[in-house]
Design a protein around this ligand. Structure first.
Ligand code: ADP
Length: 303
């Protein structure tokens, strides 16, 4: 398969510490790729190497089928990016900053500036210099700058960091819109798994500089199993009833009130009835599904 972006055995060390360790990433054209891992896992370092902002010690990056190097200027122009804290000229307005960006990129459709600002949720701020922007507004301006040229590929490092829950939801909608309307491939990093889960087609899981897994969300969903979560007033007795009365063995006590049942042959109705018959106070019971977070910890636990 041809990939729009690919890394081959990418390695980077700082002060004899390997922070990116033989990473092979495969991003398909038109998809949203979620790059997830805890802080310090190596996400930003990989992304800087993708954009030629840092040189790898060994290995290579290919984008649009071409190896990235010092002469990749034209190729990098086809990419919109947001890496680490965005920098702007503080004394001029957001629009003026975007005008400068257009000039720098050789992009001449000025109408697009207003459109990108609106898409990023920056309204009624004409005349306001960037020095008066909040962190969240600067983040939105950075996103407007990244999408300004309708790039074929967007590389976004923790783009929702400075946003509130409402802002995060808006950005999720925006990324989906850009992906679907413009066919833009999006490579997005985050340590917030629940966010990645909602938009990604493929996820790459990185920890300690190593890519532990690269898998499609649809494959994750296939191996996600339902389980029953219950909350009771007496866990000791509940454990006894689950084992002796219901014949269950595959369950886990989470706290002194909560347990999870993985045996699939007993229904919620049957379990509730037997618990109540045995005098246990049932606070809640319901079917749940494993999240990307559960999968993530399962993968991390395997290594
Ligand atoms: P993430 O983006 O997943 O939070 P980073 O790529 O920023 O992780 O960092 C990975 C590791 O590399 C961390 O331990 C970090 O301290 C280290 N690191 C990153 N950049 C540098 C640098 N310029 N000099 C020294 N160490 C660095």
């Amino acid at each position: 398969m041809e990939y729009i972006m690919e890394t081959r055995n990418l390695v980077k060390s700082y002060k004899n510490k390997t922070v990116v360790d033989a990473v092979n990433i495969h991003v398909k054209k038109g998809e949203i790729y979620g790059f997830v891992g805890p802080n310090g896992a190596g996400k930003s370092t990989v992304m800087k190497m993708m954009l030629n902002l840092t040189n790898p010690d060994s290995g290579e990056v290919s984008i649009f089928g071409k190896k990235i190097g010092d002469k990749s200027y034209e190729c990098l122009k086809r990419i919109g990016s947001l890496i680490e804290t965005p920098c702007f000229y503080e004394k001029i307005t957001g629009r003026q900053n975007l005008e400068l960006h257009c000039e720098y990129m050789g992009f001449h459709n000025r109408e697009r500036i207003g459109e990108a600002m609106q898409l990023a949720g920056l309204n009624n701020i004409d005349g306001k210099s960037v020095s008066h922007y909040s962190m969240g507004m600067k983040q939105r301006l950075a996103i407007a700058r990244a999408i300004l040229t309708k790039p074929e590929l967007l590389v976004l490092d923790e783009p929702i960091n400075a946003l509130d829950p409402e802002g995060i939801r808006e950005m999720r909608t925006l990324f989906r819109h850009i992906n679907q309307e413009y066919g833009t491939t999006i490579f997005i990093s985050s340590h917030i798994l629940s966010e990645v889960e909602q938009i990604a087609d493929t996820v790459g899981i990185i920890q300690g500089g190593k890519l532990l897994k690269e898998i499609s969300m649809s494959d994750i969903r296939k191996c996600q199993t339902d389980y029953i979560e219950l909350e009771v007033d007496d866990m000791e007795r509940t454990g006894y009833v689950l084992e002796q009365e219901l014949g269950l063995s595959d369950f886990k006590v989470i706290t002194d009130k909560k347990a999870e049942i993985y045996d699939s042959d007993k229904s919620v109705k049957e379990i509730s009835a037997v618990l109540v018959q045995n005098g246990i106070g049932l606070i809640s019971i319901g079917v749940k599904q494993n999240s990307l977070e559960d999968y993530f910890f399962h993968i991390i636990g395997e290594v």
